[in-house]
Write a protein that binds this ligand. Sequence first.
Ligand code: ADP
Ligand code: MG
Length: 245
Amino acid sequence: MVLRLEGVKKSFRNSEELVPVLQGVSFDLEAGDTLALRGESGSGKSTLLHIAGALEAADAGRVWVSGKELTQLNDGERAQLRRTDIALIFQQFNLIPSLTVAANIAFQSALSGTPDLAHINHIVSALGLEEQMQKYPEALSGGQQQRLGLCRALMLEPELLLLDEPFSAVDPITRLGLYERFESVQKQNQVSTLLVTHDLREAKRLADYLLILDKGALVQAGIPEYVLQNPATVYVERLIESQLV
Ligand code: ADP
Ligand code: MG
């Protein structure tokens, strides 16, 4: 089990009120699986990702990453786990503008300790970035920047890959290319992935399981095809419908 959540709760203070954002979320992510997380805006997806990535603490419940329970670790051990086991990519990637693509990659691999050059070369070529190595980030298209972001995350060989709508900022054709790249890397590296997406077709294509979050509660979990054909609640039905019109 790469990631396990058990009864995770989280609230945020909104002026005087305490607003519940996650209301007892439980699920497992098995090694090598891709799990997609879909819910309307504000349903708690990013908060869940931050908690799984040990960037934020849950108010209640338990979280294990690579078999280690996060609350049992001290700050140093959690930081170490984030460096060695977890890679988290948001929509925007933190590329260093004054460094070429090659130097951005070298910088990241130096940070992570012992760089495995053969592995890095493999990821670079699987993502089709060979031609871009001497360019600066500003000279890359949106799709190339997203591939570079994926490359930097994957070359760390994370146990757990957390993706927050990583394919949403590119046009559909570019996105299709990114799916193919992602799948080819997945096939060879078996990275366990939690993918936040607002696109159910993306979930169907890339994920082994689909989780649906409604106001911080998991209302359905299952194989994407099954969920899409058997929505458990009116909300899930509405989510599916909204993507077909
Ligand atoms: P999603 O990613 O599904 O759109 P989020 O997890 O970002 O949802 O946010 C869920 C709810 O929690 C929203 O109402 C948001 O305003 C609130 N929220 C998220 N982060 C914070 C924070 N750091 N402080 C206060 N409220 C927050
Ligand atoms: Mg979000």
